[in-house]
Design a protein around this ligand. Structure first.
Ligand code: FES
Length: 115
């Protein structure tokens, strides 16, 4: 594993998220009330860009495309895609799948992700 600097803490105020690059990987870093977390960048449903979604319920990310929700801390699916009506047809072939998460650490105001 290597520890890669991806942002400064001031770049990601509490309650926000930011798309970052760690080497060749694109991911999203989130600043929650208990610290920083990172997940893969693209939704596991049909590749929606999670950084354009929103943080809800203090620790979930909602995808901007079909509103799937994931637990940011674990990557687990909280609610699968449910918008717009008819998305259930896509869900027949796109089954629930958790996000990949990455360990995050902070030192001297720099946010690092372990890859
Ligand atoms: S791409 Fe994210 S919910 Fe469909």
């Amino acid at each position: 594993m290597s520890k890669i600097p991806v942002a400064q803490t001031g770049d990601i105020p509490p309650g926000t998220m930011k798309a970052v690059r760690a080497g060749s990987e694109k991911m999203v870093v989130y600043h929650l009330d208990d610290g920083f977390y990172a997940t893969q960048h693209l939704c596991t449903h049909t590749l929606g860009p999670l950084a354009r979604g929103k943080i809800v319920e203090g620790g979930q990310v909602q995808c901007p495309l079909h509103r799937a929700r994931f637990d940011i801390r674990t990557g687990d699916v909280v609610e699968w895609a449910n918008f717009p009506p008819g998305v259930q047809l896509i869900n027949l072939v796109r089954r629930e799948k958790a996000l990949t998460t990455y360990p995050v650490s902070v030192e001297d105001e720099t946010v690092y992700v372990d890859l």
